[in-house]
Design a protein around this ligand. Structure first.
Ligand code: UDX
Ligand code: ADP
Length: 459
């Protein structure tokens, strides 16, 4: 099947950048991204490219080049489904917050709604590609819905998991380590391979069966998260010995069998994928009665929760066991640099803990603004919206956030934090001036020389 029109349902952090790159590299294909969220679609269509709903280096340039030419954003879902030969499902699959599997299993209601929608409106054969991160055997559910509720049309289901990391999404898409396509229909696999083949060499396009493809995505994220939890576990040991976690990471990373990536000790991993995917894995293992497998992977998440908690406990303890009424400046709210995504960001949990201790928090993040900060905290349901709004605010400049603060907590590794005038910041803070660097971002010697009481993870 030659693909001339692609529809992507879900204009989020995955759908947006992925489709933008597909459109850029396939000028012969029309790419329609649709979403139920009108506000989000309006933001994708906004003239001012700094207002796009997803901040990713390099993304705005591609949107500027392709939008209105072969890349379109709209809420006309039925129309886009009908015109397309290939449909990507790229909707969110959060962890369930209710019922069976609460706090563990993925909530597939949005995926199911999409499948039902496709079945309802499709009039010609379609290739349906699952792009959202999903538990193993979801394709089976999609297939069943399409085949049982469709109008006798042929649907070919493919799994094409996303491996892009936020903050480097465009680069990851342009130059992927591999593209994974799982499926049963050779023709459908070939059609999708062709789309990627416009810029990805053949040896990097890997095809497997549906289940291997789905499980590979969960496994890749579980392995990556496991490395972070492993080095974070060592960071705690370092703090009790004379070892330095950065030196240990360098020393082990030079072993080619281990490798240097994902060994950066931190305040804890965040993001929409790691925790969710591991919990998915744990849930699936449990559902097959594989207790040891489930416990093994769950420990990665337990370690991560411990690391976040340890960070705020340490801050409180150092500030003479109380932060009540003290101003704490948080630098960074996003779960990593170069993104405006805050899902599962360590900052949310650290702030929640500090607010429980009655701290007054001022946040500064170059890409995350007050409403998002408040939404993230409100979502936890720990206290009322009003209490959150009274305890935390977003400062419009970093210097304002840190002025008069008792302590600074660095939550995200934004490059610009390194270049601040740290002498000026020190002069304007309460003394002793404490810095808790959750990302080992700043130079310890330089900070100590200025006069800061500087604490960094694993040192
Ligand atoms: C991840 C996977 O990398 C990607 O392949 C998949 O498609 C989606 O999930 P993402 O969550 O966007 O991507 O970011 P990633 O770079 O993996 O970072 C995840 C978290 O781990 C961040 O909070 C990051 O700060 C943290 N991290 C990462 C560390 O604390 N230390 C490290 O060494 C690496
Ligand atoms: P991801 O990181 O997986 O891309 P996001 O939450 O950023 O997750 O994006 C998912 C998008 O999917 C949201 O913009 C949401 O409005 C959209 N969405 C969810 N359900 C549907 C649906 N049934 N039809 C169309 N769009 C949907």
């Amino acid at each position: 099947m030659t693909v001339k029109n692609i529809c992507c349902i879900g204009a989020g952090y995955v759908g947006g950048p992925t489709m933008a790159v597909i459109a850029k590299k396939n000028p012969q294909i029309n790419v329609n991204i649709v979403d139920i969220n009108q506000e989000r679609i309006d933001a994708w269509n906004s003239k001012d490219l700094s207002k796009l709903p997803v901040y990713e280096p390099g993304l705005a340039d591609i949107v500027r080049d392709c939008r209105g030419i072969n890349l379109f954003f709209s809420t006309k879902i039925d129309e886009a489904i009908n015109t397309a030969e290939m449909i990507f499902i790229s909707v969110n699959t959060p962890t369930k917050t209710y019922g069976k599997g609460k706090g563990m299993a993925a909530d597939l209601k949005y995926v199911e709604l999409c499948s039902r929608k496709i079945a309802e409106v499709a009039k010609t054969d379609k290739i349906v590609v699952e792009k959202s991160t999903l538990p193993v055997r979801t394709a089976e559910a999609i297939k069943s819905i399409l085949h049982n509720t469709g109008n006798g049309i042929n649907f070919h289901i493919l799994s094409n998991p996303e491996f892009l990391a936020e903050g480097t999404a465009v680069q990851d898409l342009l130059n992927p380590d591999r593209v994974l396509i799982g499926g049963e229909s050779k023709e459908a696999i070939e059609s999708l391979s062709k789309v990627y083949g416009s810029w990805v060499s053949e040896d990097r396009i890997l095809t497997t069966n549906l289940w291997s493809s789905e499980l590979s995505k969960l496994t890749a994220n579980a392995f990556l998260a496991q490395r972070v939890s492993s080095i974070n576990a060592i960071s705690e040991l370092c703090e009790h010995t004379e070892a330095n976690v950065n030196e240990v990471a360098k020393a082990i990373g030079m072993d080619s069998r281990i490798g240097p990536k994902f060994l950066k000790a931190s305040v804890g991993f965040g993001g929409s994928c790691f925790q969710k995917d591991i919990l998915n894995l744990v849930y699936i293992a449990k559902s097959y009665g594989l207790k040891e497998v489930a416990d093994y992977w769950e420990q990665v998440v337990i370690m991560n929760d411990h690391q976040k908690r340890r960070f705020s406990d340490n801050l409180i303890k150092t500030l003479y066991n109380t932060v009540s009424g003290k101003k704490i400046a948080m630098l960074g709210w996003a779960f990593k640099k170069d993104t405006n995504d805050t899902r599962e960001s360590a900052a949310i949990y650290v702030a929640d803990h500090l607010l429980n201790e009655q701290a007054n928090i001022a946040v500064y993040d170059p890409q995350v603004f007050e409403q998002k900060v408040l939404n993230d905290l409100n979502y936890l349901n720990t206290r009322t919206e009003r209490e959150n709004a009274e305890g935390i605010y977003s400062a419009s400049t970093p210097y304002e956030a840190m002025k008069g603060a008792h302590a600074i907590a660095i939550m995200t590794e934004w490059d610009e934090f390194k270049d601040y005038d740290w002498q000026r910041i020190y002069d304007n803070m309460k003394k002793p001036a404490f810095v808790f660097d959750g990302r080992s971002l700043l130079d310890k010697e330089k900070m100590n020389k200025i006069g800061f009481e500087y604490y960094s993870i694993g040192q």
